[in-house]
Design a protein around this ligand. Structure first.
Ligand SMILES: *Cc1c(COP(=O)(O)O)cnc(C)c1O
Length: 362
């Protein structure tokens, strides 16, 4: 049937060049007579693979010297716990800027288990029912230990484009679904967390980029595998890391550099999203529930005006070898995730399908 177009939210597509390189090296890495997945994480060979990935990430994101890059397990949700466990003191408080499903999940994780989380609802609906971010709501509370924000809401299809002024309070950002999709100024954040499975690598590896002064404050009962100071001290090898995902991340970072770095990905991603949204906006059959300026460039949420056609839409898409278009269960509708590895042709193919479906079912 050929290669599927996978618009799923994650795990998601990986560049074919990266898949091929991994396949070529799978049984025999660098002539060593064994594959990466068989190799000790303590070996000199794997150490070089790990260091290379870290170096490439530092280079491509221009991570300043006073930030550590930690590789761990537990995913984005693991870090929702790690953040308060590491930087919210007992009896302290933290601000949560909620713009959708994931920032709300982070807020609940903190509030229900670790301490005072202050909720700021930052998304509103205009007179047409379209959602938008009210940046005025992003105000830090005096005495807050940090402010948490999710830069791209994977489920809701909302992306933050301007950062709040947190008056010196560290801004902690979840970039699980948009890391490396556009340029960012790392120095604007106290910490950035992301799981690799959307824009970088297979699932299994999670990354925390954290300013050094925020390391070393963990609560006594913070599990050691989530304690940033322990991860930093042991170069993220306190326990066995997900070696394969770490290696794949390195290959993907090499690929990103080879095509022109994050700036080129930013250009491509913006062009892909514009193409799709222009079509959706021009159609009377589909609609996007989010105001244009706040739409995600990588998770494009749209609905069929006639929701009774949802099931047949997904069936037809599957026949065209297009998968993963069903929206998240909490929101319904459709969602096309068009991450770094989704080529422009994948977006063009989707638009062609949307047009055909519309002409048949309108
Ligand atoms: C996917 C996702 C998560 C959850 O990641 P897990 O690795 O499944 O824990 C958190 N935040 C955002 C923005 C995501 O897209």
């Amino acid at each position: 049937m050929g290669k599927a177009w996978n618009y799923g939210a994650g795990p998601s597509m990986i560049p074919v060049e990266v898949m091929e390189k991994a396949q070529k090296e799978f049984l025999d890495f660098n002539g060593l007579g064994l594959g990466i997945v068989e190799m000790s994480h303590r070996s000199a060979e794997f150490d070089a693979v790990a260091k290379h990935a870290e170096l490439m990430l530092r280079k491509l994101l221009k991570v300043p010297d006073n930030y550590k890059i930690l590789f761990e397990q537990g995913g984005g949700r693991g870090q929702f716990a790690a953040v308060p466990l590491n930087i919210l003191p007992e009896g302290g408080k933290a601000d949560y800027f909620v713009t959708g499903h994931w920032s709300r999940s982070a807020y609940l994780e903190c509030k229900e288990r670790y301490g005072e989380a202050i909720l700021h609802e930052c998304v509103e609906q205009d007179d047409n029912g379209q959602y938008f971010i009210n940046y005025q709501k992003m105000q830090v509370t005096e005495g807050s230990s940090y402010a948490f924000i999710c830069i791209n809401e994977t489920v809701n299809g909302i992306e933050v484009n301007q950062l709040p002024d947190t008056k010196g309070v560290p801004l902690i950002a979840d970039m699980s679904s948009n890391i490396l999709t556009r340029n960012i100024d790392v120095s604007a954040f106290g910490a950035i967390i992301f799981g690799a499975q959307k824009n970088l690598a297979p699932s299994g590896i999670t990354v925390t980029i954290v300013r050094e002064d925020l390391i070393g404050k963990a609560r006594k009962y913070c599990p050691s595998v989530l304690d940033w100071s322990i991860l930093a001290k042991y170069d993220s090898m306190y326990n066995t890391p997900t070696t394969f995902s770490w290696y794949m991340a390195g290959l993907a970072l090499d690929w990103i550099e080879s095509i022109g770095g994050v700036s080129e990905l930013e250009r491509r991603n913006a062009a892909k999203a514009d193409l799709l949204y222009d079509y959706v906006d021009s159609s009377d059959f589909y609609l996007c529930p989010i105001k244009r300026q706040d739409r995600s460039r990588v998770n494009c949420v749209f609905t069929l005006k006639d929701e009774s056609k949802n099931a047949i839409f997904l069936q037809e898409a599957k026949k065209h070898n297009m998968i993963g278009l069903k929206g998240h269960k909490v929101l319904g509708g459709m969602r096309a995730s068009i991450y770094n590895a989704m080529p422009r042709e994948g977006v063009e193919a989707l638009i062609k399908f949307l047009k055909e479906f519309e002409s048949q079912y309108a």
